[in-house]
Every structure is written in structure tokens, then in C-alpha cells.
Design a protein around this ligand. Sequence first.
Ligand code: MN
Length: 137
Amino acid sequence: MTSEGGNGGTRDAMTKRILVVEDNDLNRKLFCDVLAAGGFAVEPCADGNQALERARGFLPNLVVMDIQLQDVSGLDLIASMKGDIHLREVPVLAVTAYAGKGDEERIRETGAAGYLSKPVSIGPFMAAVRGLIEKAA
Ligand code: MN
């Protein structure tokens, strides 16, 4: 098994890129593993403070965004993305441990194109990812 460019997968024009912003090691690994198995080029990001810089460098076709990060809110990161001329078109799939009333509405109002509450099941996760990537294509 070879590693190309440190992103854990082959890259070509057809391969869609997904940035996974998640501070929980197990969740991040799970998301990245299932996405890589699904044929995507995946870039993991454990530190929310690096997420915007990583997104500008990686130019993802989709961002999977944990809302509860260490010392930054995923909601604030989504808002920053939507205010960035290079990132505003990139769809965001928000994942959150909160499932409180109004949460989904608030997250979507901030600019997330999709929303899943944790624990996230693989089937709905991949369906949401593929749906958003196809819509953006
Ligand atoms: Mn988290």
C-alpha cells in the first residue's frame, strides 16, 4: 500500500475530496475510513483552529464538520467558510452530538447543507455525503 501526498489515497481529477474536521480520534478515524473505502480522497483535521487553512489548501468538494470542537465552534467555522470567497461554495455536512430542538434549524441557517446527529450510522452518513457531492457537482 502506498501513500501519495500524505492524503491517504490516490488523487485525480475524478476523485472527490473530503475534509473531515473532527476532534474525537475514534470518530475521525471512522469517518475517514468509510469515506476512503467509498473512493473519496480524505483529509483529516483534528484541530478546528486549522480547519480553514486546511480547507483553503485542500480545496475539498465537501467538508464534514463536527460542531463540538475543542476550543472553536464548528458553527463559527461554517460561518467563516460561508464568508470566504474560496470556500463559500463548498457544501458542509454538520455532525453534532446535540439533538436539541432548534439545533438543526440553527445549523442549517448558519450554512450547513446537511445535518446528522451523533451517533452517526454508516449508511445514512454515506448517503448524505454522496447526496451533497452529487448536488454540488
Ligand atoms: Mn467533538
